[in-house]
Design a protein around this ligand. Structure first.
Ligand code: SF4
Length: 286
């Protein structure tokens, strides 16, 4: 059996930075001041629960921030709305902003274009925290497109100007199809290319890898939307693609001695989990 591991598997720059920030705060905690993250720091339950055992508290509702003891609150790489930033600033907590710079750039585009009167079209999943954060920087109406069919449901006013941005981890192929369909509607629209390069590289490599293997393993948290997209891309090329969170989810009896196994992982999958899966698969006995 042969194993091929994607070079792009694992933490991206933005996630790495956010996780390192929490680790740094834990290491430098000289007093017993609490450390909070606004929402789980990344979409990986193992990392979140390991931080919880070190005393990091996840705050889910910002409205309740004043019921917590003052401390440091970390904004995760997905970013937050302008309103949430303002609530945090007034709260008296120290703010450690780990919003990924690529996401911040989108906040600025949305604010700038909506101030200029453009309505905003966001291509992505409106329930994802990154998209909720981006939408919260707009002063004008926001439209959401997640699927190709959603383009039909947008009511375009030819007198209105529109500006589009995309979720940083959006599926690049679907993005192209959506843009083509959108541009066929003939209206004034600015296209801002905001899918991040790390995502593009990871998706391209996953596609190429899954084309040449007999079985594919995609590792990542169940709530990780970028891992879900990787899984969909791989599944299109290789029907025996498995989406796992840890080795516990992997049934070893599906592998055969003649298999070539491809392994990739989402942007919020820690290296130790990837290494564990590689070594587990490597040691399969036939
Ligand atoms: S996927 Fe890209 S935009 Fe998102 S956190 Fe990672 S580096 Fe930043």
């Amino acid at each position: 059996m042969k194993i091929l591991v994607a070079k792009t598997a694992g933490f991206c720059f933005g996630v790495d930075k956010a996780v390192n920030k929490v680790e740094e705060l834990i290491d430098n905690r000289k007093t017993l001041k609490p450390i909070y993250t606004y929402g789980p720091i990344i979409h990986n339950p193992q990392v979140v629960s390991s931080f919880e055992t070190k005393g990091v508290i996840v705050i889910d509702e910002l409205e309740k921030i004043n019921s917590y003891d003052k401390g440091t609150i970390v904004i995760r790489s997905h970013g937050i709305t302008e309103r949430e930033v303002n609530i945090m600033k007034k709260s008296g907590f120290n703010i450690s902003d780990s919003t990924c710079p690529y996401v911040k750039k989108i906040h600025k585009i949305v604010k700038r274009d909506s101030e200029a009167g453009y309505e905003i079209i966001i291509i992505g999943n409106k329930h994802h925290p990154e998209i909720k954060g981006i939408a919260g920087w707009s002063l004008t109406k926001v439209h959401f497109i997640q699927h190709l069919e959603d383009v039909d449901n947008i009511t375009i006013n030819t007198k209105t100007r529109y500006s589009t941005v995309a979720q940083t981890t959006f599926n690049t192929e679907l993005y192209k199809e959506i843009l083509n369909k959108l541009q066929n509607k003939s209206f004034h629209v600015i296209i801002n290319e905001t899918i991040c390069q790390a995502t593009k590289d990871r998706q391209i490599e996953a596609k190429e890898l899954s084309e040449k293997v007999t079985k594919m393993i995609v590792i990542g948290g169940r709530n990780s939307s970028n891992t879900r997209k990787l899984f969909e891309i791989c599944k299109d090329q290789c029907k025996d693609t498995y989406y796992i969170e840890t080795i516990e989810d992997l049934a070893l009896n599906v592998f055969t001695v003649n298999d070539t196994i491809g392994i990739t992982a989402g942007a919020s999958t820690p290296n130790n989990i990837i290494e564990e899966v590689i070594s587990y698969v490597r040691n399969v006995k036939f």
